[in-house]
Design a protein around this ligand. Sequence first.
Ligand code: NAD
Length: 260
Amino acid sequence: MGKLEGKSAVITGGGSGIGRACALKLAEEGARVMVADIREDIARETADLVNTAGGSALFFRCDVSNEAEVEAMTAKTIEQFGGLHILVSNAGNLTRGGIHETSLADWERVIRVQLTGTFLCARAALRHMIQHGGGSIITMGSVSSVVIGAGGSAASYKAAKGGILQLTRAIATEYAHRGVRANCVCPGAVATDIGKHTREDSVHWTSEIKDEPRQYTPQAPMMRAADPMEIANVVAFLASDESSFMTGSAVMVDGGYTAI
Ligand SMILES: NC(=O)c1ccc[n+]([C@@H]2O[C@H](COP(=O)([O-])OP(=O)(O)OC[C@H]3O[C@@H](n4cnc5c(N)ncnc54)[C@H](O)[C@@H]3O)[C@@H](O)[C@H]2O)c1
């Protein structure tokens, strides 16, 4: 028996990277998973991978920043699986560049997908969970939720990730008495495309500001990027009853990055 037997889960951004690993891991633990992603082709691929591995998955094309699409995806999940116990709000985007060169459109695109998308998905899940005995909401923060660090992502990303942590704490506080737990996973560098772009940009950005005081670049003590499955393992734990006394936590999964 897996630790998520009988549960159903939505995983946003499930088409690739950390989200795909979460879909595979939660399904391995017995959950039925809805793979929601703005890209239907990769969402379908993840669902196929889960089903081929013996799990149970469906996919749904959904832009998490679109209220109607999030509502439709959540309703479909509940209809198909008969309930919703776990939300992994993971979909994310990223821009680069200094604050002075950030357009309003770029700023809003990141805030809209990362922070507003998390709000929309959590709200839709909460409306079901509080009527049906509770659930577990896992949001995808970052080390950027708690420190600025030396990564090359724009301030919009860091502001959104800080907001996601505070939104998670608000959910935990408002809904503990209704049986809902909410925790924010905060990864350091993870070996995905978004991580690759972030690291490449870090080099670019540092060279662009060579006349400014140099950025201090702390190395994570473990000196490597995480495999996406190392994040998914933590997400599965937070989704399960094994973490039954955890809510409102910022769970650092960063190879020691924020310990320095
Ligand atoms: N990779 C890292 O180093 C790292 C570190 C800390 C946090 N994170 C966070 O982890 C999450 C997953 O990132 P990843 O590294 O797996 O990157 P990724 O690019 O592989 O995955 C992101 C997924 O989100 C989907 N997506 C993007 N915009 C969407 C939208 N509007 N609606 C629905 N889906 C959308 C993409 O299609 C993609 O499948 C993000 O929130 C990211 O900020 C990543």
